[in-house]
Design a protein around this ligand. Structure first.
Ligand code: SF4
Length: 204
């Protein structure tokens, strides 16, 4: 399995694409919060990769696996593993706790699955998709990975949505679709770590 290099500077990143479509466009992150989440994320990625390596048959696993689609979208999957039977395991790891699961996280994971399938010609049913959050056991004060396997109708529905997003992005990149950009304030959990003091919702 050889990671592909990014091919074009006009490509939009998966996270940015989803933020532009589903998040507040005026979000301004607090760098201290991101620094701490980055460390938690790295640690969790290491633990999860070890779990996959232990449970799969002769696995080859890579972290930060680069993917591109049609010179329009690029991204990096947290973990991609291949086993001896030709199955592929794509894992997206979040440093947030399980109760903060977001629709956007599911779409991010499924965009990687879709991009991998298109890049490598691997059928979607050979690619397994996992979303991981932190689970904090309050009684034992222990943090462990909470792994969600996305399957069945939910997987199929999410794949339909990401295919639509990818096709739409093609029209935005080529200039056919002029309505690609939007500017909206959206109040979500992210407001807690947002430092945009010009936000009208902060002022109220
Ligand atoms: S505080 Fe305002 S600018 Fe920041 S994410 Fe929330 S709505 Fe957006």
């Amino acid at each position: 399995m050889t990671p592909q290099e990014s091919r074009s500077s006009s490509q939009i990143g998966v996270k940015r694409l989803l933020s532009e479509n589903f998040s507040c466009t005026f979000f301004n992150s607090n760098p201290q919060v991101w620094d701490s989440s980055f460390k938690k994320h790295e640690k969790l990625v290491g633990e999860v990769m070890e779990l996959f390596e232990k449970s799969l048959k002769k696995p080859k696993c890579i972290t930060e696996y680069p993917l591109t689609l049609d010179d329009t979208i690029k991204g990096k999957a947290d973990i991609v593993c291949e086993d001896a039977d030709g199955y592929v395991y794509i894992v997206e790891v979040k440093s947030t706790q399980i109760h903060r699961v977001r629709f956007q996280d599911l779409l991010q994971l499924m965009l990687y699955v879709y991009m991998y399938s298109m890049n490598k010609g691997v059928p979607l049913d050979r690619i397994k998709a996992y979303l991981v959050y932190r689970y904090v056991n309050i009684r034992e004060l222990k943090v462990s990975p909470y792994i969600i396997h996305i399957t069945g109708d939910i997987k199929r529905t999410l794949l339909n949505i990401v295919q639509y997003i990818a096709d739409r992005q093609k029209t935005v990149s080529s200039g056919i679709n002029k309505t690609g950009n939007r500017s909206l304030y959206i109040v979500t959990d992210l407001c807690k770590i947002c430092i945009n003091n010009n936000c009208p919702f902060k002022a109220s």
